[in-house]
Design a protein around this ligand. Structure first.
Ligand code: PMP
Length: 360
C-alpha cells in the first residue's frame, strides 16, 4: 500500500493513524460485535462514542460551559441559512464581511432572510486581503456580524479578530477550525463542515452560545433549529454516526499531538516553508497579501501558466496530488490541513524547486 500526499481542499487528507484505528475497529468496535456504522444512535455504545467526541472537542478547543456543541448534517452550506434563522432574534439586519467566494455564498443565502449590510469587502483587491478593521462599517442594529476566517479558495485568512462589541461574531470556520487555539468566548456561533480538519464529509459542527438559542424565525425547519437540536443532543433525527465517530478519533489524535498549540506551531512552520519557497522564486508567486496568507490553503501561480497542466501531471507522478486551483480561479492551490504531514510539504517544496530548474 502506498499513500500519496493529498493536497485536496476537501474532502481532504485524514491522519493515517485515525484511518488505521478505524480500520482496526471497522468490523467489531471494541468487542461489541458490530461496526460503529451498524449501531443504534441511541444505544449505550454509540452514546458513549458521541459523548467522548464532544468532551474531547470541548477540551482541545477549551469551549466554555455556556456553549452548546452540535453535531449536525447538511454541511456548512446549510448553516448559511441556519445562522440567520436562529440568530436574527427579532432583528432585521445582519452585517457580513465579504472576503471571497465562501463569504459570497453565505451572503446570498442570508439575503433570503434579512437585510444584509456588507460591512467590509475586499472585492476591490480581487479578494487578496482582509479589509482593515478601521474601515469596517458595522451597523448598530445588526443581529450579528458574519465572517469567513479562512477563505478556502482565495487562501485569505484572518490572523486576529475584529472587535464587534456586544454584537455576536459568527464565523464559518470550515477550513481553519482546529488549526490553532482560538478564544471561543469571542464568538456567538462557530460552524464548520467537517471535511477538512475534523473528519469525513457529512458531519457539520456548530458551536453556539446558549443565550443565542431559542428565538428562530417562523418557518425554520426543525433540522436547522439550534434549540431543537440542542434539546435533543444532536439526535433529533439520526445523526451522521460514523462521521461523528471518526471526528472523535481525530480529536484524540490532536490530543495525542499535544493539543492545538502544538498543532498551530506545526501549521505555521509548514505554511512558512511553502510561502518561503514561493517568495524565494521568480517562477512562483502568491497573489495574497503577506499579512493575510492562509496557513491551510496556499494558492500560487506559475510564471508560465501554459505549464499548469505539466506541473500537475509531473507532481502527480511523484505522488503529490490535487494541486489544481479551484475551477473559478485556476493556478495552483496546496491545501495543507492538520493531517498533511510536514514531509508532504517538504516533498512539494523540493518538487517545485526541481520543476522551476527544468522549466523556469
Ligand atoms: N465554507 C467554506 C469556507 C468552505 O471551504 C466550504 C467548502 N469547501 C463551505 C463553506 C461549504 O461547505 P459544505 O460543502 O460543507 O456545505
Amino acid at each position: 500500500m502506498s499513500r500519496v500526499f493529498n493536497f485536496s481542499a476537501g474532502p481532504a487528507v485524514l491522519p493515517q493513524q485515525v484511518l488505521e484505528r478505524a480500520r482496526e475497529e471497522m468490523i467489531d468496535w471494541q468487542g461489541s460485535g458490530m461496526s460503529v456504522m451498524e449501531m443504534s444512535h441511541r444505544g449505550k455504545q454509540f452514546m458513549s462514542i458521541a459523548a467522548q467526541a464532544e468532551a474531547d472537542l470541548r477540551e482541545i478547543m477549551a469551549i466554555p460551559d455556556n456553549y452548546k456543541v452540535l453535531f449536525l448534517q447538511g454541511g456548512a452550506s446549510s448553516q448559511f441559512a441556519g445562522v440567520p434563522m436562529n440568530l436574527l432574534r427579532g432583528k432585521t439586519t445582519a452585517d457580513y464581511v465579504n472576503t471571497g467566494a465562501w463569504s459570497k455564498k453565505a451572503i446570498a443565502e442570508a439575503k433570503r432572510y434579512c437585510a444584509v449590510n456588507i460591512c467590509a469587502s475586499s472585492e476591490a483587491s480581487n479578494f487578496t486581503n482582509v479589509p482593515a478593521y478601521s474601515d469596517w462599517n458595522l451597523s448598530a442594529d445588526a443581529a450579528y456580524v458574519h465572517f469567513t476566517p479562512n477563505e478556502t479558495i482565495g487562501g485569505v485568512e484572518f490572523h486576529d479578530l475584529p472587535d464587534t462589541g456586544d454584537i455576536p461574531l459568527v464565523a464559518d470556520m470550515s477550513s481553519t477550525i482546529l488549526s490553532r487555539p482560538i478564544d471561543v468566548s469571542r464568538y456567538g456561533v462557530i460552524y464548520a463542515g467537517a471535511q477538512k480538519n475534523i473528519g469525513p464529509a457529512g458531519l457539520t459542527v456548530v458551536i453556539v452560545r446558549e443565550d443565542l438559542i431559542g428565538q428562530v424565525i417562523a418557518g425554520t425547519p426543525s433540522m436547522l433549529n439550534y434549540k431543537v437540536q440542542s434539546d435533543a443532543d444532536s439526535m433529533y433525527n439520526t445523526p451522521p454516526t460514523y462521521g461523528w465517530y471518526l471526528a472523535g478519533l481525530v480529536f484524540q489524535w490532536i490530543k495525542g499531538l499535544g493539543g492545538l498549540q502544538v498543532v498551530a506551531e506545526i501549521n505555521q512552520r509548514k505554511s512558512g516553508k511553502l510561502y518561503a519557497a514561493i517568495d524565494n522564486s521568480a517562477f512562483y508567486s502568491s497573489p495574497v497579501a503577506v499579512a493575510n496568507r492562509s496557513w491551510m490553503n496556499v494558492p500560487f501561480i506559475l510564471a508560465k501558466p501554459e505549464l499548469d497542466k505539466t506541473f500537475l501531471a509531473e507532481a502527480a507522478e511523484q505522488g503529490l496530488v490535487s494541486l489544481g486551483g479551484h475551477r473559478s480561479v485556476g493556478g495552483m492551490r496546496a491545501s495543507i490541513y492538520n493531517a498533511m504531514p510536514e514531509e508532504g510539504v517538504d516533498a512539494l517544496v523540493a518538487f517545485m524547486g526541481d520543476f522551476e530548474k527544468r522549466h523556469g
